[in-house]
Write a protein that binds this ligand. Structure first.
Ligand SMILES: *Cc1c(COP(=O)(O)O)cnc(C)c1O
Length: 498
């Protein structure tokens, strides 16, 4: 079988890749990790001549060892096709001395498409391989982008249903409309009266609820997850870092073996963890710069060694990063303990009981290639404007956080290593904030969302993406709302398990 997966909390071992993807979360509440991080086994010169799809195969085959070549190639072909608006899938743009890796060319115009275009195929293939006869219910908490991308992937996929929970006042207007107009008989969208952390904690609780599991099983359902806690999200995200490096080499922007830095606007720590996996696979990455917004829990962690979620949750103009409990950090913590499930579990228990934990000096040393930074909303807006005024290149508010942090990092460290910035969303997904940043508050005052979209397009000369045109006049299909403590009842209601 090759590589297997184990829980970060020590309670489950020897799980195949396909079963880990089907399960989502381990039974002990931990996250699945491969027993080792494999090394890239094709030389960079060969990778530099490959398409995105070919690169995806070379990376993913090393992790998903129980999928046959045919199965994996078929999943890749069906995922990375004309749903993307460019054949490059993840193009690089150079601006102000950095390389922006544009991860928003999929059908919901945020980087979540990079993994969620393929996850439904990986999951239905896994169900077939493992003779699962139950209907798979995808439960997902979203800070705005995962929900839409997951529904776009799972809509009307036979044998699946999907239920998405989003924070009612914690997403942009375009994000909300994208979700509430979602088609598909198997899709459900629920606005919760709480923030993203409430949604994610609630979903994790439902996963651990044995009584609910039994009731669902009796009705022919089993849960899985489309959040980045699912290893089937993480693995496809490694691909674009390898691809970006190979393309920089092909374009003679870097030399063979030259180290680069990577800056990632971070929320749940999934995207940057994928970059770290790429590094561990042998990709020449020096530093991983973790960019946060005002919810700077990760910045504080990397600068002090203490993770402390006991603080005010701030709603910002980069809502997909408004998160205080970064789930995927658990995977790095686990690695930094030398894969000691008990030690990791003790820290996670402390986090849920006390709201904080502190790592040892050795653990900090282990993760010393991660550098934390954060940008305020003002700094974010300023960098978006400066970039646009000087180069005409338009970036969204999440990428703005990364660009601002990159500027600070370069000034403070004097490190001028060539740098890739993960560009995680189309500026049109956050039209109001982007327009306000480049043209001031009067440019958005009293205008509705689509007036701003059109104004942004005439100002920037960047065409309005199809994903935004689609929701302009689409009917609202989803109106469900619930309190945080009613999530279980709402799920049972949707699945008619009452
Ligand atoms: C989800 C998201 C992020 C944060 O990514 P994580 O993997 O959760 O760290 C950043 N930007 C955008 C636009 C996103 O949708």
């Amino acid at each position: 079988m090759g590589l297997t997966y184990q829980s970060t909390r020590g309670g489950e071992t020897g799980v195949s890749a396909s079963m880990a993807i089907l399960q989502g979360l381990a039974k002990d509440g931990g996250l699945f990790m491969p027993t080792e991080i494999p090394k890239l086994d094709v030389p960079m010169e060969r990778l530099s001549a490959m398409t995105y799809q070919e690169t995806a195969y070379e990376v993913m085959k090393l992790f998903l060892t129980d999928y046959t070549q045919e199965e994996l190639k078929s999943c890749i072909a069906r995922a990375y096709d004309s749903k993307f608006d460019t054949e490059e899938i993840a193009p690089l743009a150079k601006a102000e001395g950095a390389y922006f890796l544009e991860l928003y060319h999929g059908c919901t115009i945020a980087f979540k498409d990079m993994a969620l275009s393929i996850l439904p195929h990986l999951m239905t293939t896994a169900a077939k391989k493992n003779q699962v006869d139950k209907e798979i219910v995808i439960l997902t908490a979203t800070s705005g982008d995962t929900g839409k991308a997951a529904m776009a992937g799972f809509a009307d996929v036979p044998g699946t249903r999907i239920i998405v929970f989003y924070p009612k006042d914690g997403v942009s207007k375009v994000q909300e409309l994208q979700m509430r107009t979602q088609k598909g008989e198997n899709t459900s969208v629920v606005a919760i009266h709480g923030n993203f952390d409430d949604a994610q904690t609630g979903v994790k609780k439902l996963f651990g609820d044995k009584e609910l599991e039994a009731q669902l099983a009796a009705k022919g359902f089993q849960f899985s997850s489309a959040n980045s806690i699912n290893i089937g999200r993480l693995v496809p995200q490694i691909v674009y870092y390898v691809y970006a490096y190979a393309k920089l080499l092909a374009n003679e922007e870097i030399k063979q073996g030259e180290e680069i830095n990577v800056v990632v606007p971070t929320g749940n720590f999934g995207n940057i963890l994928a970059a770290y996996f790429a590094k561990r696979m042998g990709l020449p990455i020096k530093n991983l710069i973790c960019a946060s917004n005002d919810n700077k829990v990760l910045y504080d962690f990397f600068t002090t060694g203490t993770y402390d979620r006991k603080r005010e949750f701030i709603l910002t103009n980069s809502p997909s990063m408004d998160i205080l409990i970064s789930s995927n950090l658990e995977r790095l913590i686990y690695l930094s303990t030398g894969c000691d499930g008990a030690a990791n579990e003790a820290l996670m228990q402390e986090l849920s009981a006390k709201g904080s934990y502190t790592v040892t000096r050795d653990m900090r040393e282990f993760m010393s290639d991660f550098k934390g930074g954060y940008a305020t909303q003002e700094e974010n807006a300023a960098v978006i404007k400066k970039m646009f005024d000087r180069t005409g290149y338009l970036i969204d508010t999440h990428t703005g956080v990364a660009a601002a942090v990159y500027g600070q990092y370069r000034a403070e460290s004097g490190d001028h290593t060539k740098t890739v910035i993960a560009s995680t969303a189309s500026p049109y997904k956050f039209s109001n904030s982007v327009m306000e940043a480049i043209a001031g508050p009067d440019s958005v005052r009293g205008r509705d969302e689509f007036e701003v979209v059109d104004a942004l397009s005439s100002l920037s000369k960047v065409a309005v993406p199809k994903a935004v045109e689609e929701i302009r006049n689409a009917p609202i299909r989803h109106n469900t709302e619930c309190d945080v403590d009613k999530m279980k009842a709402t799920v049972k209601d949707i699945l008619e398990c009452v």
